[in-house]
Design a binder for this molecule. Structure first.
Ligand SMILES: *Cc1c(COP(=O)(O)O)cnc(C)c1O
Length: 423
């Protein structure tokens, strides 16, 4: 595609966009003067689906009118509410329905999954993580290691990019896995790193991890709803994600879990149990003796969080309607346009240059682009925020932006670069 550095060209791309209508499915935040914000922080908190409010109100009505009977009556009985999310979730992450469940919150699920899938022995006890993983994941892993009476200093291995490089090479990750060999118990990586925006080759990482006899788990907080996923086919052992970033399901919302089908009937795996993981047919017999359900549902602890799940359901409907293929196709177009405008910007005579530290290869990145803006400091961030652009800032010099195909536009990308010129 021949690209042009002009507002009319950006607007033409928007007119040709098949997903143009989807922006109207979300509430776009406004500035104090009433203009729509250029919202590039959907990687941090996705926008509210306009149907969220009525979906919540419907369940509040059910509660008001039916009380506890709402578990079995109403349009969507609460007893099985989480199941309404299963098929759409499976489609989104490339899983079979038996492999997924929506429950709890992300860090809670990371712990539950490590209880089952990190089982260190005297010889095989190490966990490999990407260096600079999201802090909650670091704390969860450290505390799991200590829980087993081990020391994080020797049980946790981190891998960093080579000197003068900004992201990891897959060949270095696979070499590290092979080097750790029989000492390696678990690889726990992000699907997309929250800081650099790098998308990891989960299929290769999983297969090499299995070659050395270890387990491969992924935190997909920044991957789900962002990049195409085929968790079943890739042979990922387990994964979990939050639903409030690209999945637009509201702050503190519920989380999703994937556990590969090969564990669906493995009832010997240690797990922390609760009544919602117990055989559904007997759940209300309130009997002694935990009998887990098959598949991911057998890891549930508590009855479904109906209110956050109603919002999640609305968001999943949007993803089903748009389709990950179309979302991905628009994303690629948006990124190409962005790279082109950054090149044009860097050719000009401005106060600073933009360096993109996220891999440019489409297989190694998603919506998020991390930009190094040397020498301008946080003033640039403050300037952008004052102009109604919502971006993420990390000291000392990184701006994170995420043009999201469902609600961002090509025009916004153009306006963003124009604003950088005004700084
Ligand atoms: C957003 C994010 C979290 C947040 O965890 P919560 O339990 O939902 O608060 C954890 N890990 C990663 C990698 C994240 O991106």
């Amino acid at each position: 595609m021949l690209l042009e550095n002009s507002l009319t060209f950006a607007q033409t791309l928007d007119e040709q966009d098949e997903l143009q209508l989807f922006r109207s499915y979300f509430h776009i935040p406004k500035t104090k003067s009433g203009d729509e914000v250029i919202y590039f922080t959907g990687n941090s908190l996705g926008l509210q689906p306009v149907t969220a409010k009525s979906a919540i109100l419907e369940e509040l009505e059910n509660w008001a009118n039916l009380g506890g009977e709402a578990h079995f009556e109403g349009r969507n009985p609460w007893f099985t509410y989480h199941k309404l999310l299963t098929d759409a979730t499976a489609r989104l992450v490339g899983a079979k329905p038996i492999e997924v469940v929506v429950m709890n919150t992300l860090t809670v699920n990371l712990h539950l999954l490590m209880v089952s899938f990190y089982r260190p022995t005297a010889k095989r006890f190490k966990i490999l993580m990407e260096g600079g993983a999201f802090p909650s994941d670091q704390y969860a892993v450290e505390s799991q290691v200590k829980f087993h009476g081990l020391h994080p200093e020797y049980a946790i291995e981190e891998i960093f990019p080579r000197p003068n490089e900004t992201y990891l090479r897959t060949e270095d990750i696979t070499k590290k896995i092979k080097d750790l060999g029989e000492e390696l118990a678990l690889v726990l990586f992000g699907g997309v790193n929250y800081y650099t925006g790098q998308a990891f080759d989960m299929q290769t990482i999983s297969s090499v991890t299995h070659e050395v006899g270890a387990i491969a788990g992924f935190d997909l907080a920044h991957a789900v709803g962002n990049i195409p996923l085929q968790l079943h086919e890739w042979g990922v052992d387990f994964a979990t994600w939050c639903t409030y970033k690209y999945l637009n399901s509201g702050a503190g919302g519920t989380s999703g879990v994937f556990i590969h089908e090969k564990y669906a009937d493995n009832f010997d795996l240690p797990r922390f149990a609760g009544w919602w993981g117990h055989d559904e047919g007997e759940r209300f017999l309130m009997k002694k003796g935990f009998k887990p359900m098959r598949g991911a549902e057998g890891w549930q602890l508590s009855n479904a969080q109906i209110l956050p799940m109603t919002v999640h359901r609305e968001s999943l409907k949007i993803f089903d309607q748009a389709g990950m293929n179309r979302i991905w196709a628009k994303h690629l177009k948006m990124n190409h346009f962005f790279y082109f405008l950054v090149d044009e910007f860097n050719k000009g005579n401005h106060k600073f240059k933009i360096q993109i530290i996220t891999p440019l290869d489409e297989k190694e990145s998603g919506c998020q682009l991390s930009l190094v803006v040397k020498g301008v400091g946080k003033q640039l961030y403050n300037f952008l925020m004052s102009k109604g652009v919502s971006v993420g800032w990390r000291e000392p010099e990184v701006i994170r932006i995420a043009p999201v195909p469902l609600y961002n536009t090509f025009e916004e990308i153009y306006q963003f670069i124009e604003l950088l010129k005004q700084f």
